[in-house]
Design a protein around this ligand. Structure first.
Ligand code: ADP
Ligand code: ZN
Length: 428
């Protein structure tokens, strides 16, 4: 019934496997120079003891650049990925051939959850290269037996042409790009609903449930949330099944904890906090208790699909993209949740924060739909008013809403950039 027998393990089998793999991981990791410095123990008696192990931070990876966390001989590594590194050193991840094989197997498992199979034609609209998103899915898709088209992102005209002429049934795409591609397809006279497309894997950036439902509606498909990060291989850490209610976090590959980001205490299942992950099935560079900065919770209820691997909830944001506006905490995702599904506005928005007379001022700039744009002035005013009211009630702060013409907000090549915070500059 399952693609991979490990999907069907019972709780006790899964815990036993996780403990065994954690023990192997510690024995290996404790030999790396960086973990030697952290005095990482080389043994573990039970999974309960995990919470006593030291955390690993992004900064630790930067400090140990490039090979400090390497737990295998460099000559046994066959691949290197690197994450963006906009501030300071980039971080690098290394992979042995076994790591790559295990990752591909896991990606194939993830995709199989959706019902994708060897009869599908898969267009991978995600970035290739140092970014793990494209390549991770690529090898997984081939492993699953799909006919794989490594097109990468951008060039919407060509995307549409391929989709139309090659019978593409599955895509992997950034949620923000799915909307731009949709408008483009429409302009080209292609109705996405008429295509044989049936499944999209969306992820790599935060997006709301409303955004997923809108993508499903526009394309007439099912869209599955996919979560991962380079430090844990890349994509494939957690993935939605057909229930589409939370992502199964693969406990035979990763050990997950949720902590309070302030007190660093481990929180019980069900409570929201920061996701901490240990990769327990990696050779080259296993990480122990890596603080992802992603905010989520472990869903305590079992999933209807029968898989025991616990689910994490949709990522609410990152501890580092929480905005504090005059003392009120909020996340960009709350804004998206509110504006999506409101008539007259599209899916593209940005958030600007300014200092005005020593106070924080929040601006939400939203692109209108074509119909709203050609509406009357009084209609626009009404739209602006209702958006402001909805946002104020959701956020607890009073934003200034600016409606702008479609196509006028900046777009990024890769993951969408939503927040522009000018406060520091304006105070300087
Ligand atoms: P970078 O940190 O440079 O963006 P990664 O590709 O490793 O590099 O990004 C991983 C991060 O992307 C995660 O820690 C998380 O914040 C975000 N992310 C990945 N998948 C999702 C998802 N499905 N929903 C929300 N955020 C996601
Ligand atoms: Zn499930």
């Amino acid at each position: 019934m399952f693609y991979d027998p490990n999907e069907g393990l019972s709780r006790s089998e899964l815990d036993a496997l996780a403990l065994q793999r954690f023990q192997e991981t510690l024995a290996r990791a404790s030999k790396s120079p960086a973990y030697q410095k952290k005095n990482l123990p080389s043994t573990l008696r039970s999974l309960q003891e995990v919470r006593e192990l030291p955390f690993t931070l992004k900064q630790d990876l930067r400090d140990a650049f490039p090979y400090g966390f390497l737990a295998a001989p460099l000559e046994s590594c066959v691949r290197l990925h690197s994450s963006s590194g906009t501030t300071g050193n980039p971080t690098v991840m290394l992979y042995t051939q076994n790591d790559l094989d295990n990752w591909s197997k896991l990606m194939a498992r993830c995709m199989s959850l959706s019902g994708a199979n060897r009869h599908d034609i898969f267009q991978n609209i995600m970035g290739y290269g140092l970014f793990t998103g494209g390549i991770g899915f690529h090898y997984g898709a081939e492993r699953l037996g799909m006919l794989t088209i490594p097109i990468g992102p951008g060039n919407s005209k060509r995307q549409g042409w391929f989709m139309k002429h090659l019978g593409v049934s599955v895509v992997h795409i950034l949620p923000s790009y799915a909307f731009r591609l949709y408008s483009h397809l429409k302009e080209e006279g292609v109705d996405p609903k008429e295509l044989p497309l049936r499944i999209a894997f969306i992820g790599a950036e935060p997006h709301s449930e409303a955004m997923r439902r809108e993508i499903e509606r526009l394309y007439g498909i099912k869209a599955f949330n996919s979560f991962g990060l380079s430090e844990m291989n890349g994509p494939g850490v957690a993935f939605e099944c057909q229930e589409q209610s939370g992502m199964h976090l693969w406990e035979d590959y990763y050990y997950a904890e949720i902590i309070d980001p302030e007190t660093l205490e481990v929180l019980p299942d069900g409570e929201w906090g920061e996701l901490v992950l240990s990769s327990i099935h990696r050779e080259a560079m296993p990480l122990v208790r890596y603080r992802t900065r992603d905010l989520t919770r472990i869903i305590p209820e079992p999933c209807k699909c029968g898989r025991v691997h616990r689910r994490i909830d949709r990522i609410k944001g990152r501890t580092d993209d929480m905005l504090i506006i005059n003392g009120v905490n909020l996340f960009p995702m709350q804004i998206e949740k509110t504006i999506l599904g409101m008539k007259g506005v599209g899916s593209h928005y940005i958030i600007e924060v300014h200092k005005e007379q020593f106070l924080d001022k929040l601006y939400v700039k939203i692109e209108m739909t074509e119909e709203a744009f050609s509406g009357s002035l009084s209609e626009l005013e009404a739209l602006q008013k209702s958006l402001t009211a909805a946002l104020t009630s959701e956020l607890g702060v009073n934003p200034k809403v600016k409606l702008v013409e479609r196509g006028s907000l900046p777009v990024e090549e890769g993951k969408a950039k939503r927040v522009y915070d000018y406060r520091e500059k304006e105070l300087a």
